[in-house]
Write a protein that binds this ligand. Structure first.
Ligand code: PBG
Length: 337
């Protein structure tokens, strides 16, 4: 039902004119409610072995997988731009992917070597590692697969081993992205038992089974292994909102230092509800498919890429996010500069 249109302007008009504050640039700046700064940004970086330097990811224009030395250099640029932290994701050689995922807790895997190299070169940029089995799993899933079922509790043991080697390599924060039940508490206990009380835990608390992860699965090379299988038995149903609050409540109770909502733009209602309900550090992930949409639309001349980027990112702030994981981090930090 559409509301009837009032025949005359509201009684507040003409005394109240919303356009008055908008008429000049200085005034718009003065009344602006939210501001994006480099401090809000976390830059996800893909690393791979070898000396290729850079392998462009065709479904994410402008994003490449970096060899470790190139990643160290690029992260130096991020640091110089004032970006507080980076999140490292590996692309693992096919021959190292197995159903038992042993490479995930090999202290010499490409993630751990990258973390050591980055922390040695740039000790004061935050380094975050993803905790999940998918890059290492020949089944492409975030957990172990037994008879077609993703098994929860066995996966937890593997995630704990993975988190501990990453933290021992020197990462500052581990970020379980697997959506197994009980993982935040299990990882926290494992870290503490290993004397790693200082390692922060960021929970991918409300993570949805989303089609917007497509380009990421190209980037970490897990798309082929996963095939047509989906992650709906562990990631959330995009139709649900209240359930996200239960997920976040559990992760906070289990010891998460920060919580995250993922994907970002289609889920800003969830970001807003989480921040309002829990008042804890709340991040949002502007995921690979969201990035690709802006890039491809800009390349087709449909939108101004830089403006669409900045508009998207400030929308996260308006929704209540304290920080944003985004492939735009470098471009955005430069644009803010
Ligand atoms: C995997 C993981 C995914 C992303 C971050 N960690 C993909 C997935 O769950 O399939 C997605 C990031 C992005 O799309 O940018 N544990």
């Amino acid at each position: 039902m559409t509301k009837p249109v009032p025949a005359s302007p509201s009684p507040a008009f003409p005394a109240t004119r919303m356009r008055r504050n908008r008429q000049a640039d200085w005034s718009r700046r003065l009344v602006r409610e939210n501001r994006l700064t480099p401090d809000d940004l976390i830059w996800p970086v893909f690393v791979e072995d070898g000396t290729a330097g850079e392998t462009p990811i065709t479904s994410m224009p402008g994003v490449s997988r970096y060899s470790i030395d190139r990643a160290v250099q690029a992260i130096g640029e991020a640091k110089a731009l004032g970006i507080p932290a980076v999140a490292i994701f590996p692309a693992i050689e096919e021959r190292l992917k197995t159903p038992a995922c042993e490479e995930a807790w090999n202290p010499e895997n490409v993630v751990c070597r990258a973390v050591r190299a980055v922390k040695e070169a740039h000790p004061d940029i935050g380094v975050i590692c993803d905790v999940a089995l998918d890059p290492f799993n020949s089944d492409g899933h975030d957990g172990f697969v037994r008879d077609g079922v993703i098994v929860n509790d066995e996966t937890l043991e593997a995630l704990c081993k993975q988190a501990v080697v990453q933290a021992e390599a020197g990462c500052d924060m581990v970020a379980p992205s697997d959506m197994m039940d009980g993982r935040i508490g299990a990882v926290r206990r494992a870290l503490d038992a290993a004397g790693l009380q200082r390692t922060q835990v960021m929970a991918y608390a409300a993570k949805y089974a989303s089609s917007f992860y497509g380009p990421f699965r190209d980037a970490v090379d897990s798309a082929a292994a996963l095939g047509k299988a989906g992650k709906q038995t562990y990631q959330m149903d995009p139709a649900n909102g209240d359930e996200a609050l239960r997920e976040v409540a559990l992760d906070i109770a289990e010891g998460a230092d920060l919580v995250m909502v993922k994907p970002g733009l289609p889920y800003l209602d969830i970001v807003h509800r989480v921040k309002a309900a829990f008042a804890v550090p709340t991040l949002a992930y502007n995921v690979s498919g969201e990035y690709a949409m802006v890039k491809f639309a800009a390349a087709a001349g449909a939108v101004d890429g830089d403006k669409a980027m900045l508009e998207s990112l400030v929308a996260f702030k308006r929704a209540g996010a304290d920080g944003i994981l985004t492939y735009f981090a470098i471009d955005a930090a430069r644009a803010i500069d």
